[in-house]
Design a protein around this ligand. Sequence first.
Ligand code: NAP
Length: 282
Amino acid sequence: MFGPENYDPASIDYAVSFRPPFGLLKSLPKLKAVFSLGAGVDGFLIDPDYPKHIPLVRFVDPTLSGEMAQYAVMHVLIQHRTEHFFTAAQQEHKWRQRMLPRRTEDTRVGILGLGEIGTVCAERLRDLRFPVTGWSRTRKSVPGVKSYAGAGELDAFLSGCDFLICVLPLTPDTRHILNAAAFAKLPKGAYVINIARGGHVNEPDLIAALDSGHLSGATLDVFETEPLPETSPIWSHPKIMATPHIAAITSPLVAAQSVVEGIAVIECGGKPENTVDFSRGY
Ligand code: NAP
């Protein structure tokens, strides 16, 4: 067990973690930097005692972004191609052909968060000929992807999403951004995919919007409480596909390389790429 009883806090220069115990980082007097093993850093910033004079470097890896995009594309296609209909037909030994309910060119996909991961999701879906839009804090120029920016353009963005994919960081501004008001702005029949953090979704509001028929379904990889409790209504909801936070998993090898590179940059007096801006929270 890692604890102050088996190390000298004053001997630690660098810390590598994902969700460290509250107060642990503050107890390391010589700490030079902290490295996150995940792309998201909400697990550090919820610590009220996080020492904000110490740089926090998040994990960015094109392979991880690609895997996140695979997950998003797969779940869009499962719904778009009505895969459940054909799975049920096969189980009944029935030859049931049918056209796609909606043309790809008429199926609008919106990405909440056009950062490292959201941009790859947008590009892959655009290349499959879905009309793709994205929402971010600042305006983006991703070829073929319409950019909406800032709180003032959120409602207009939401009103044009048949699929909504959330890839935002979890910050005070984005917590519960997917709530009853946001779901009401989506077109009737919209489908929600959350691959960011459970805290983005108000889960009772989501279930209400599914049960009312306003939303057609949801895929959730992340949850307010993880592991998802066995008693959660999400497990058995007929309109929800749930997976255990596996949209992408950090490669230990790549993470180790990126920590080594980051330490080398700091030891040479530089600032590693992907250092978190504490004023933004990501
Ligand atoms: P990123 O590069 O920092 O991108 C974040 C995007 O969100 C940026 O486009 C940013 O806008 C936008 N954004 C942030 N706050 C906003 C706000 N208040 N209003 C509008 N837009 C806002 O992050 P990333 O690497 O793509 O990762 C995104 C998240 O994915 C992570 O934080 C993590 O929680 C999650 N994740 C989940 C898994 C999983 O397995 N489920 C795996 C990896 C990551 P600007 O560009 O304008 O600043």
